[in-house]
Design a protein around this ligand. Structure first.
Ligand SMILES: [Cu+2]
Length: 303
């Protein structure tokens, strides 16, 4: 007979037929983790990962990589992994990568997640996030932030185009006027979905499963910037600056930009970069005068 004490201290008697003592993960051959405890650890890990995935998607976080865990982890390592994972991804927090010790592989997501995308490139793909050439920063959106109040500028009828080509957005950063038509085009023979995530304008999320599909959108409020992503390909993103006026530019690969035909006056210019934030400057322009403006962005440490 065995006397068994449960967790609230109640004791009960059991015959030999009712009890199986299996020792798992024992170091001395006598005492080990029971399979039930092992199972509980595994279930806890499972539910922690599930909660973390829910939080990840609720916060629109994009996984930046895949953690490949070799089978046969011991409970201690699994517990550590759970804690590390929760610390980075658990509850309301999102972003970051759980850092693991031990033999866990980390694989960054590359375009080979979609063979059609991968086949369109023979060299590594630049995301456009940092377009830097000899210290000059590209893909910076520069626009007149204040100084044009009370003036109205009719929406141009000329279409702006956002193309999905080679599983990237072209352009990566662009400007558009309120009411100006935006043509969204899929040049790839793979499914893209265009997911605009504005705060003031109407959100939209539309799939384009067939090559050369095209549709138009407009924005009805000024908003700097409207982020765009593709839910199929996590590396795809773009930004659109929506303005009430045509006085904006995006810096090119050589870091230069030009805003033409600005009426004489004093203005605040803002320069926006997706990683480096914003900078502002006052400029006064007289009639037929060209003013040189330089914005200086400092690289972020660790970024
Ligand atoms: Cu896509």
């Amino acid at each position: 007979m065995f006397t068994v004490t449960n967790e609230v201290g109640r004791q009960s008697e059991h015959g030999l037929d009712d009890i199986i003592h299996v020792k798992a993960l024992s170091t001395d051959g006598l005492v080990g983790l029971s399979p039930i405890r092992q199972m509980r650890l595994a279930l806890e890990l499972n539910s922690a990962v599930r909660d973390a995935s829910i939080a990840l998607f609720r916060n629109s976080a994009r996984p930046s990589g895949i953690l490949k865990v070799p089978s046969g982890r011991n409970p201690q390592a699994m517990e550590m992994m759970k804690l590390a994972w929760q610390a980075k991804h658990g509850s309301e927090r999102a972003g970051g990568i759980a850092v693991m010790t031990g033999d866990v592989d980390f694989t960054p997501i590359a375009m080979n997640a979609d063979p059609t995308c991968a086949s369109l490139h023979t060299t590594p793909v630049d995301t456009g996030k940092y377009l830097v050439n000899g210290g000059k920063l590209g893909n910076v959106f520069v626009y007149v932030k204040t100084g044009l109040e009370g003036k109205s500028f009719p929406a141009p009828t000329e279409k702006k185009v956002l193309d999905q080509q080679g599983c990237q957005y072209h352009p990566h950063v662009m400007g558009i006027q309120v009411g100006q038509p935006l043509s969204i085009k899929n040049s790839d023979a793979t499914l893209h979905n265009i997911h605009a995530m504005p705060k003031s304008n109407q959100e939209f999320n539309q799939g384009q499963p067939i090559q050369n599909m095209e549709f138009d959108k407009t924005f009805d409020k000024a908003e700097v910037m409207v982020p765009v992503k593709c839910d199929v390909h996590p590396w795809m993103n773009a930004y659109m600056g929506v303005l009430e006026h045509p006085y904006y530019a995006v810096s090119g690969e050589d870091g230069t930009f030009s805003i033409d035909k600005l009426p004489p006056g004093t203005y605040t210019l803002e320069a926006w970069h997706e990683q480096l934030g914003t900078a502002t400057q006052q400029v006064t322009v007289a009639a037929n005068q060209t003013v040189d403006v330089t914005f200086d962005f400092q690289p972020k440490t660790g970024g």
